[in-house]
Design a protein around this ligand. Structure first.
Ligand code: ADP
Length: 548
């Protein structure tokens, strides 16, 4: 035995354990807040956030967050208290993602497009002690607060106009820039509360941990290639799954975040050109807006712009259109429950030999696990066993790892159901390809069963999106006396395009898909969408049922 090794008392511990315990020097609970502390000392003068004429350096961002944390702490906000925020993609929204966790408190970003009753529900359910409100949303906040018996303390960004509110800049002015934050005692401690958008029923509050957010931020930074040279444009709502973790990912990478309050194509092009934006994220609807921008809204720019798309299935058509415009697409898939992106469609070596059309179809697959996710699988709904990786057997997509939510706040039943058997059950149905990529065919409730055959609504939509007049397509089931259900297509056409007749669309589909999958009914008009740009299929299912 080497001299250096002293047998431990009791003689039990292994030499690779004895004397090698965790210490403060080598084991620090993971928290995304540490990215900002490090950024401020490593490159304090670099621009962290751009908002209109405002420029906030890393040093100043850290200073402002510590001030906000100290002021909230002075008002009694502390460990595991809830601080809600109703704000657009603004510097204050970025600050909240650091200042609130600095206190060990839980940040609850609220969807600014919800109705007052749902906002009030979230504030009550989440137990918010504080609500930070941006002036633009003061009316909505006031109506929500009016429905509450015990409203939280309100902090107003800008001229909020809410009676009794504290000014946000007052928190900054009074705050202590040297505020000593300690981080969570335990990295499993709750950090964020995110209500799902409710396309599947009542909003459920997914709870994130410091550990999960830290890992997710790094996973995203690596997957999306963020660096200190990157400029990230906020086309994704920051209230959605904590902006897919990008407020933290950008700071970890030392990137610059460019705020955007309203998603308009002209503004997107202007900011891309003026701030040399290199990265942006969004749902397919954001890509459609960019792709269909009017000529006077477009600007040219010399840099490569990477666009991560997710939140709903992008068609190969929109991927192709964007790539042909010079954007580089990364397709991501995930849910609120998985801190946003959990898989990415990584390029495979055999893609080089494919035709453009085949390659864009590959890019529309949801892909493989991010580096920081433990695993993705597709399981047979009957047996729970993984389906073969043959690209044809349909099963439920399941995810596992440190970037899956802790559970739903105050909802042990839903938590137990969703996180049963060692996996997060996504409720998405898909196939598993031989190269490891998963591909979504449908959400389980959206699949259409016609004459006993399963029809993937996404597959039919993928074909409809290739029709030159179609901008958005949604296919839902319509009850049918003979077939049980038949596919019913709802189409939103491109601006200025001739609206195609039902017969023409059906003929187009017949050329491109098996007969039984062809929609029997086609309706053209604007499609109902959620605040995060998803098409509300439950609304369309109701409409389909009511069609004469
Ligand atoms: P909600 O469940 O309320 O719509 P989420 O944002 O959590 O809110 O939605 C997650 C769901 O969105 C996924 O389970 C999946 O059905 C869909 N989704 C997300 N990304 C993609 C994608 N890249 N392709 C297809 N569907 C996606």
């Amino acid at each position: 035995m080497p001299d250096t090794e002293t047998p431990p008392e009791g003689g039990a511990a292994h030499r690779f354990e004895a004397g090698l315990e965790k210490r403060a020097a080598n084991y620090v609970p993971l928290t995304p807040v540490s990215f900002l502390a490090r950024g401020a000392s490593a490159f304090g003068a670099r621009i962290a956030v751009i908002d209109g004429e405002r420029r906030i350096t890393y040093a100043s961002l850290y200073d402002r967050c510590r001030r906000v944390a100290s002021s909230l702490s002075a008002r009694g906000v502390g460990r595991l208290d809830t601080v809600a925020i109703l704000a657009s993609n603004s510097p204050e929204m970025v600050e909240a993602h650091f200042a609130v966790p600095m206190l060990g408190a839980v940040l609850n970003p609220l969807n600014t497009r919800l109705d007052p009753a749902t906002i009030a529900f979230s504030l009550r359910h989440g137990g918010a002690q504080v609500l930070i409100v941006e002036a633009a949303h003061a009316g909505l906040a006031a109506r929500a607060l009016g429905e509450m018996a015990e409203p939280p303390l309100v902090v107003a960004i800008g001229d909020g106009g809410i009676a009794g509110s504290l000014p946000y800049e007052g928190l900054i002015a009074d705050g202590d820039p040297a505020h000593a934050w300690t981080g969570p005692g335990d990295e499993w401690q709750s950090l964020c509360l995110l209500y799902t958008s409710g396309t599947t029923g009542d909003p459920k509050g997914a709870v994130y941990s410091h550990r999960g957010a830290y890992l997710q931020a790094l996973g995203n930074a690596v997957t999306f290639g963020l660096s200190g040279e990157s400029a990230y444009l906020w086309t994704l709502p920051m209230f959605h799954c904590s902006g897919w973790s990008y407020p933290w990912a950008c700071v970890a990478a030392g990137a610059t975040q460019v705020c955007l309050r309203k998603v308009e194509p002209g503004e997107i092009f202007r900011l891309i050109a003026e701030h040399r934006v290199t990265h942006l994220c969004g749902a397919p609807i954001v890509l459609s807006m960019i792709a269909h921008a009017a000529p006077q809204e477009r600007r040219s720019f010399p840099q490569a712009v990477r666009v991560a798309v997710g939140g709903a299935a992008p068609s190969s058509t929109i991927i192709r259109t964007m790539e042909e415009m010079g954007f580089r697409i990364t397709h991501l898939y995930g849910a609120t429950e998985s801190y946003g992106p959990a898989t990415a469609c990584l390029a495979q070596p055999d893609w080089a030999a494919l035709s453009d059309e085949a390659r864009y179809q590959r890019m529309a697959r949801q892909g493989v696990a991010l580096a920081t996710l433990d695993a993705v699988t597709v399981t047979d709904p009957e047996t729970g066993e993984p389906v073969p990786q043959d690209g044809s057997r349909i099963g439920e997509i399941r995810l596992r790892g440190n970037t899956i939510m802790k559970g739903y706040l105050g909802n042990p039943d839903a938590t137990g159901r969703t996180l049963a058997d060692g996996w997060y059950a996504t409720g998405d149905l898909g196939v598993w390809h031989p190269d490891g990529a998963v591909e979504i065919k449908d959400r389980s409730k959206d699949i259409i069963i016609s004459g006993g055959e399963n029809i993937s609504s996404l597959e039919v939509e993928e074909v409809l999106m290739r029709h030159p007049a179609v901008m958005f397509a949604a296919v839902v089931s319509r009850p049918d006396a003979t077939w049980g259900e038949t596919p019913c297509a709802f189409l939103e056409t491109k601006p200025g395009a001739d609206v195609p007749s039902q017969d023409e669309v059906i003929a187009f589909c017949r050329e491109h898909m098996a007969r039984f999958k062809v929609p029997k009914t086609v309706v053209c008009g604007p499609l109902p969408k959620t605040s995060t740009g998803k098409i509300q299929k439950f609304v369309l299912r109701d409409r389909a049922r009511e069609l004469a």
